[in-house]
Design a protein around this ligand. Structure first.
Ligand code: AMP
Length: 271
């Protein structure tokens, strides 16, 4: 595996590869990332993974500081998977070019995580714009675990770059908790609790439509019950259409979107 730290070397190494797959990550690799890499390796001749903990997408300095980092472990995982290239840029390499126009979200997009993490997606869109500009991949593989991120990136860049963004399914632990680098921050007890919450909501999604007849009062009651039972703080638990992320009308495909804090660790999921 070739480890590349600057854009000049990157251009030399990957320019001219016409079937390149790209998996952007912030490290702290787990089976969710690995499934994206395997999807890329199946579809593409060569695969490049990036690891960059992007400070501009953290709306909270402390969160950035305590974000799990384990580069040696990550490099070993990538080598074992026979990934061709790892792009490992420093902050200045990425941000040396100033942006002419600030990235802004549409008003309609100010929902779910965009509402609760001010500036987060502006940071995400900025870094993805820069990465897609440097890495001219045919396909980019991203997880549905971060569905709103996938939705916004697809919308923003589908006409700007030739790279096709491919959404890949959420990989879960055996206890149904979605894999996330932030799970490294959970105590054993909270890891167990988070699994119970995921299991409960997977079932609740089904019951809400069939048995509870989409009764909003039951949704609100469920939020309170989960908060009390598991000592968590739920930011949102909302049914939304998959296609446009508007509040679900239940005629089209929909999912149940969740964000909550468990002992200061923020977890998101969709079911
Ligand atoms: P991150 O390192 O958290 O920025 O994630 C990098 C990529 O991995 C993003 O496209 C995520 O959506 C994806 N990802 C994270 N967790 C999972 C998971 N459990 N299943 C599938 N993809 C995931």
């Amino acid at each position: 595996m070739e480890i590349i730290k600057n854009i000049l070397d990157l251009n030399k190494a990957v320019n001219g590869i016409n079937n390149l797959g790209f998996v952007p990550t912030m490290g702290g690799l787990h089976d969710g990332h690995i499934s994206l890499i395997k999807n890329s390796q199946k579809k593409c001749k060569k695969t490049i993974v990036s690891i960059f903990v992007n400070p501009t997408q953290f709306n909270n300095k402390d969160d950035f500081k305590k974000y799990p980092r384990n580069l040696n472990r990550d490099i070993n995982i990538l080598k074992k998977l026979e990934v061709n290239f790892l792009f490992l840029p420093k902050f200045d390499e990425i941000y040396k070019k100033k942006r002419n126009k600030k990235i802004k979200l549409n008003k309609n997009d100010n929902i779910l995580c965009a509402f609760y993490r001010k500036g987060h997606f502006e940071g995400v869109l900025d870094i993805m714009d820069r990465l897609l500009n440097i890495i001219k991949a045919k396909y980019v593989f991203m997880g549905e675990k971060d569905y709103q991120q996938l939705f916004l990136i697809k919308k923003k860049f589908k006409n700007k770059y030739n790279s096709k963004i491919i959404g890949c399914p959420t990989i879960r632990e055996r206890n149904k908790l979605a894999l996330s680098s932030r799970n490294f921050l959970l105590s054993k007890k909270n890891y167990f609790k988070a699994g119970l919450i995921a299991k409960y909501l997977l079932k609740f999604k089904y019951l809400y439509k069939r048995k509870y007849k989409r009764n909003h009062i039951i949704l609100n009651k469920t939020i309170k019950e989960l908060e009390n039972k598991y000592k968590i703080k739920i930011e949102y638990l909302e049914f939304r259409n998959l296609k446009d992320l508007k509040l679900a009308d239940f005629k089209k495909k929909f999912r149940l979107f969740l964000a909550y804090y468990i002992n200061n660790v923020r977890l998101i999921d969709n079911f």
